[in-house]
Design a protein. Structure first.
Length: 488
């Protein structure tokens, strides 16, 4: 039977190569190490966000120390989120999923370690460089200039590592996750080169502005999004033990993303001196991409339909569910915020910051939490040390993020209307202060929730006693060498 609406038996753990530790299909140590690195960088990023929120309340805790000045801490917050947290977590996800989807190992384990060391060294260098004030004037590309070529070299190594199993695969059809990953690897390199080399060296002045807008948005849309969607399409069928609702819809999503996403970056510059035809094109393609995102949301909820009970018992599926709901909210929000009328109110306000947190945290990071919840016991061979800590993590982070998003959205609207009435900046800042106090409190809730996860991961790896019995992947282990595409 050839079906391509769910990950194959290989995805579910068939080991067509060997079961010996040296010949394992999936290098679980690499998965683990990338997850540990992701959690490490995320911890620093969260504290950077919290500290910066204190700065906005005029309570900077580390005054008069240049290397710790607030502007640098803000860049550390956003860069560590994008490259330290999300990218490390996606690499962990790729080491788990790509060999299972293709039935082939990644190019080489040594290359895997080289990538791990190189990538985390790049992030460390970025982190130190930002503290030292070596930032470039490229949002989300502030990485010091000398690191840029190394990042491109790192992206090429990632291509080699993951294209090898994809090219060698003998599967008759490619599951949709692989479509997203294959394109995402190329898009990452191209996007990075566009944002970090063109505006500095080739295109100057206001023409560089749209390129920078394109870069910020494409980093989300052409790297984070394909990895996130591919991840969701892999794990959700396995967690729910049924195929995705519509393979066709998932492919509509793929082609829609490929066609419309690269055109919409300019919506960061609505109302700017950039020619109107270019601004209108960004508005139209943004509306188109909303339809594309809707296909993912519908596919998720239709797959979940009939498995409502899973929400109660399975915390991993809960993370994916809330993430998909947040995606639907973002999509609805986008429909308004991309119009020029609405932009007059919300441009340069907290609304945008709320939107950024909802997408990067509420959607993609929530899906990563779902993946960690599902994978960590399999990686360390023990059941979670404390299920109640997992629940605390879920509620503290979900409520924290929800409250942060609502607060910033409300303050953004208030700020926007006051600015339209030409209220003095001082009055606007006075008005937003209570909202920003709430933001700091929600940040503390988020950090506490994340602390629950860190403690639980450490205790599960070091102290937990109950051996983990893998009911998701292990039953398929004996299926000999045949790797077909089928149901979970
Ligand atoms: C402890 C929790 C967090 C706090 C207190 C926090 C706080 C902040 C603050 C104060 C800013 C600057 C806003 C401004 O310049 O007006 C910011 C920006 C940002 N944060 Fe966070 N943050 C937190 C967690 C996160 C997480 C988990 C993510 C993503 C996974 C994230 C993604 C971003 C992004 C993308 C921006 C840039 C927004 C923009 O420029 O529009 N933050 N955050």
């Amino acid at each position: 039977m050839t079906r391509i609406d769910s990950p194959s038996p290989a995805a579910a753990g068939v080991n067509p190569v060997s079961t010996s530790p040296t010949g394992r299909l999936v290098n679980t140590t690499l998965v683990k190490c990338h997850l540990v690195a992701a959690v490490f960088w995320f911890t620093i990023a969260l504290f950077a966000g919290l500290f910066y929120s204190l700065q906005l309340l005029q309570h900077w805790p580390l005054p008069k120390i240049a290397v710790l000045s607030p502007g640098r801490i803000r860049m550390i917050h956003t860069n560590l989120i994008a490259f330290g947290w999300l990218t490390n977590a996606f690499l962990a996800m790729l080491y788990w999923t790509v060999p299972r989807l293709t039935g082939k190992r990644v190019a080489h384990n040594v290359l895997g370690w080289a990538i791990w060391v190189a990538w985390n060294a790049i992030i460390l260098a970025t982190y130190i460089g930002l503290h030292l004030g070596q930032a470039q004037a490229v949002e989300w590309g502030e990485t010091p200039v000398w690191i840029d070529p190394v990042v491109v070299a790192g992206a090429i190594l990632v291509w080699i590592q993951f294209y090898t199993p994809i090219v060698r695969s003998t599967e008759k059809a490619m599951y949709v996750s692989l479509w997203y990953f294959t394109a995402g690897f190329i898009w990452l390199g191209l996007t990075y080169i566009m944002g970090n080399f063109f505006p500095e060296y080739l295109v100057a002045g206001s023409a560089a502005g749209p390129l920078l807008g394109l870069y910020i948005h494409d980093l989300v849309g052409l790297w984070v999004t394909p990895m996130g969607w591919g991840m969701m399409y892999f794990f959700v069928p396995i967690l729910l033990k049924k195929p995705i609702w519509s393979h066709a819809l998932s492919l509509v999503g793929f082609w829609g993303l490929a066609f419309f996403y690269p055109l919409q970056g300019l919506h960061h510059f609505l109302g700017s001196p950039v020619p109107m035809f270019a601004q209108y094109s960004a508005v139209v393609s943004t509306i188109a991409i909303e339809i594309v995102v809707t296909t993912v949301v519908i596919n998720f909820f239709m797959t979940w339909r009939g498995s409502e009970g899973a929400l109660k018992n399975n915390i991993a599926i809960r993370w994916f569910w809330v993430g998909a709901l947040n995606y639907a909210i973002t999509c609805f929000q986008c429909a308004f915020q991309v119009t020029l009328t609405f932009q007059q109110v919300i441009h340069f306000t907290d609304w945008v910051v709320g939107h950024a947190h909802l997408v990067m945290f509420g959607v993609f990071s929530f899906w990563i939490f779902g993946m960690i919840e599902h994978l960590w016991p399999k990686l360390v061979g023990r059941d979670w040390w404390s299920v109640s800590l997992n629940r605390w993590q879920f509620w503290l982070i979900t409520i924290g993020l929800g409250a942060m998003f609502l607060t910033l959205t409300a303050s953004g609207i208030a700020e926007g209307f006051m600015a339209m009435q030409l209220s003095p900046r001082e009055s606007i800042l006075e008005m937003v202060r209570p909202f920003w106090i709430v933001r700091t409190i929600t940040g503390l809730a988020i950090i506490s929730g994340f602390g629950c996860l860190v403690v639980n991961m450490v205790m599960t790896a070091c102290v937990a006693k109950t051996k983990h019995i893998d009911v998701d992947y292990e039953p398929y282990e004996p299926i000999e060498n045949e790797v077909t595409v089928g149901t979970v």
